[in-house]
Ligand binder design. Structure first.
Ligand code: SF4
Length: 374
C-alpha cells in the first residue's frame, strides 16, 4: 500500500538505526507527543532497537486519555436525559466516569449512539426534529475542524436541536506545560504529523527557542519515527534546537488554511483541564460566543458539575512521561482493557493499553493478553 509499506522497509530502518547508534554519545529523553506514535513505537519494538542512551517518553497525545473525568460525567448526565440522542465515537463509550460509563447509560435506556463523523450527528438532528442531538467533540487539532464544521453547518441550516459537548485540546500549550514542569526530563519532541498537517508548524519555533528543545515533526510509520529520532538526536548532539519537518509528504508550514479558518470562525481558545494533569492555560477550544447556543454544557446546564480524579489511577504521571505503564501497581491486575481504571487503558491510543496489548509487562511475560482490545 502506497505510503505505508515503503515506510516499513527493514533495510532502511537498519540504516537509520546505524546512524542513530553512530551519532549518540550521551543519554537523551525524547517525547513522542501522539498516542498513535506511541502505539507504532511499541507495536514495532522501535524503543527496544534504539541505543540505550535514547529513551522514548510517551506524551499526552491520546485524545480519549486526556478528556477530563468531569467532561465524562457531564456526558453521562446529558446522555441520561430522555429527550437526548447522545452521539460519540466508539472509544468514549467505555471510558469510566464516576461510577459508570456511556455503555451503562445505554443499557439503562439512554439513547447513546456510535457515529463515525459529526456530520452523522447532524443528519440525526435533521431526521429527529423532536429530539435533542448532542455530539461529544473530543480531541486535538485533528478532530476539531470537522466538529467546528458541524456547528457551522447546524447554524447555516437553522438546526436548533443540535449541540456539541466540547473537549478540544491543543498541543503547543501542552508542550509548554511539560517543559515548565520541575520534573521534566524531556530534551526533544517528536511532534505529531497529523496535527501539523492541520495547524502547520508556525507555533513551534518560539517553543523550541524558549526551551532550547528540538522539535521534529514526524509521521506514524516505523521509518517516520526513526527519522524523527535520528534528526532529534543529531540536533541534541550538535547543541541545536530548531524545528524540522520530517513529514513533508503531509505537512507544510502553513498547515491547512481552510481548516484553520473554520477553527477561527467557530472556536475561541480557553483554559482546559487535562485528565490527570490539571488545567493548562489556553490549551483548549470552546465555542465562540456567537455559537454559544450550540454549546451542550450551556444548553443542558451541566457547567456546574465538578469531579475529582480517583487516586488509584496514575495516568496523570503516565501522560507526563513520569511513569511507564507497567510501573503502575494496578497495571495488568486490577486494571486491564476489560476492567480499565483509567482512560489510558481504555483508549486504543493509550500508553497503558499499548503496553498491555504488546506485552510490555515490565520483565514478566506470563500476564494474560487481552484479545478484545480495540
Ligand atoms: S495501568 Fe490503569 S490504573 Fe495504572 S495508570 Fe494505566 S490506566 Fe491508570
Amino acid at each position: 500500500m502506497k505510503y505505508i509499506e515503503e515506510f516499513q522497509d527493514p533495510l532502511l530502518a537498519e540504516r537509520l538505526l546505524e546512524d542513530i547508534h553512530a551519532t549518540v554519545t550521551r543519554p537523551w529523553a525524547l517525547m513522542e507527543v501522539c498516542g498513535g506514535q506511541t502505539h507504532s513505537i511499541i507495536r514495532h519494538g522501535i524503543d527496544q532497537l534504539l541505543p540505550e542512551e535514547v529513551e522514548l517518553i510517551h506524551g499526552p497525545g491520546c485524545p480519549v486519555c486526556v478528556t477530563p473525568l468531569e467532561l465524562i460525567d457531564k456526558a453521562l448526565e446529558i446522555a441520561s436525559r430522555p429527550e437526548v440522542i447522545f452521539c460519540s465515537f466508539g472509544d468514549m463509550l467505555r471510558v469510566p466516569g464516576t461510577g459508570r460509563d456511556l455503555f451503562q447509560v445505554r443499557s439503562e435506556g439512554g439513547d447513546v449512539r456510535v457515529v463515525y463523523s459529526p456530520l452523522d450527528a447532524l443528519t440525526l438532528a435533521r431526521e429527529n426534529p423532536d429530539r435533542e442531538v448532542v455530539f461529544f467533540g473530543i480531541g486535538f487539532e485533528t478532530t476539531a475542524p470537522p466538529n467546528a464544521m458541524a456547528v457551522h453547518q447546524a447554524a447555516r441550516l437553522g438546526l436548533r436541536n443540535f449541540s456539541l459537548l466540547v473537549s478540544h485540546v491543543r498541543v503547543p500549550p501542552a508542550i509548554e506545560a511539560i517543559m515548565r514542569s520541575p520534573d521534566c526530563r524531556v530534551r526533544a519532541f517528536l511532534a505529531a504529523g497529523h496535527v501539523c498537517s492541520v495547524m502547520g508548524t508556525e507555533e513551534y519555533p518560539a517553543l523550541a527557542e524558549r526551551h532550547e528543545v528540538p522539535i521534529v515533526v514526524t509521521g506514524f510509520e516505523p521509518l517516520d519515527i526513526l527519522e524523527g529520532v535520528r534528526r532529534a538526536v543529531r540536533q541534541l548532539e550538535a547543541g541545536r534546537h530548531t524545528v524540522e519537518n520530517a513529514y513533508p509528504r503531509a505537512v507544510v508550514a502553513q498547515g491547512n488554511p481552510a481548516a484553520r479558518a473554520m477553527l477561527d470562525e467557530v472556536f475561541s481558545t480557553t483554559d482546559r483541564g487535562w485528565r490527570g494533569i490539571g488545567v493548562i492555560p489556553d490549551s483548549g477550544w470552546r465555542l465562540a460566543p456567537r455559537y454559544r447556543e450550540y454549546d451542550a454544557e450551556h444548553r443542558f446546564s451541566v457547567e456546574g458539575i465538578t469531579t475529582r480524579e480517583p487516586a488509584a489511577c496514575r495516568s496523570g504521571e503516565v501522560l507526563q512521561g513520569l511513569l511507564k505503564p507497567h510501573e503502575c501497581e494496578a497495571f495488568g491486575t486490577t486494571c486491564t482493557p476489560r476492567t480499565p481504571l483509567g482512560a489510558t487503558m481504555v483508549s486504543s491510543e493509550g500508553a497503558c493499553a499499548a503496553y498491555y496489548l504488546y506485552r510490555r509487562l515490565g520483565g514478566t511475560t506470563d500476564a494474560p493478553l487481552e484479545a478484545s482490545i480495540r
